[in-house]
Design a protein around this ligand. Structure first.
Ligand code: SAM
Length: 242
């Protein structure tokens, strides 16, 4: 059920994603750069939650001759990625439950793991398939001003949990060797809360909510016509297999 909703949200956003996902593009580029600075040359690369392909495109600058496999829950996202990056391998599926029957030199995931049910078991599984696994994820404190608009009224938004960096690092260390980690903050400014909400929708990240909550959310958004800052607090990790 949750996966269907996620897949629909991201599928609908596939047409508007590239225009609005400026942070995802920057973090893709930074993650690719981080990987290339601390790991070897890779020939087989798996991009998890690839979206429209920003991360694979960024990696291609460093690993020109590698073979890429792009995986995403949303078929529309995969079609979009295929358009940009033809002649590679593509998987439409839930990466948490998919049986990857191949091994890879590098697995990578940019701003997608926050949607997963169980990051720890996913890391355990993916490090059996990939020699290295690099990821970025929004962490605690992200979108603080936006979340505060709803906290007071106790309205759940953006569905997923934001990890605390220490807890996330401890979990990562249990599954692999942490070769590199880093933190960066990215800010996007909007004229009002409604525009910020439109931003989330245009990249498929509006989260999942009930029809009743949707009405409450809309009322809070309309009640906040002042400028708002969306801060993406992003943590980057490059893991090696133990
Ligand atoms: C915010 S987008 C990031 C896309 C891309 N990595 C980028 O940097 O532009 C998150 C993507 O993760 C995908 N996703 C979420 N849960 C997934 C899962 N369980 N398995 C595979 N893909 C998933 C979504 O469909 C969406 O395309």
């Amino acid at each position: 059920m949750k996966l269907n909703h996620l897949s629909n949200n991201f599928g609908e956003a596939s047409a508007t994603y590239d225009q609005h996902a400026s942070v995802q593009k920057k973090t893709s580029e930074y993650l690719a750069c981080l990987c290339s600075s601390c790991t070897e040359n890779h020939k087989k690369i798996l991009d998890i939650g690839c979206g429209t392909g920003f991360t694979t495109l960024a990696l291609q600058k460093y690993y020109r001759n590698a073979t890429y496999t792009l995986c995403d829950l949303s078929e529309n996202m995969i079609l979009s990625a295929k358009n940009k990056i033809p002649n590679q391998n593509y998987i439409v599926g839930d990466a948490e439950n998919y049986s990857f029957n191949n091994t890879y030199d590098l697995g990578i995931s940019n701003l997608a793991l926050q949607w997963f049910e169980n990051i720890e078991s996913f890391l355990m599984k993916i490090l059996l398939q990939c020699k290295y696994f690099a990821f970025s994820i929004p962490v605690e404190g992200s979108f603080a001003a936006y979340k505060n608009l709803f906290a007071e009224k106790n309205i759940p938004i953006l569905a997923h949990y934001y990890w605390n960096i220490e807890a996330l690092l401890a979990l990562a260390k249990k599954q692999g060797d942490v070769i590199r980690s880093d933190f960066k903050r990215y800010d996007l400014f909007f004229e009002n809360a409604l525009d910020a909400a439109k931003h989330f929708k245009s990249i498929g990240a509006q989260g999942i909510t009930t029809p009743q909550n949707k009405i409450k959310i809309a009322a809070r958004l309309l009640a906040n016509p002042v400028k708002i800052n969306l801060n993406y607090n992003v943590f980057f990790v490059v893991l090696g297999r133990k």
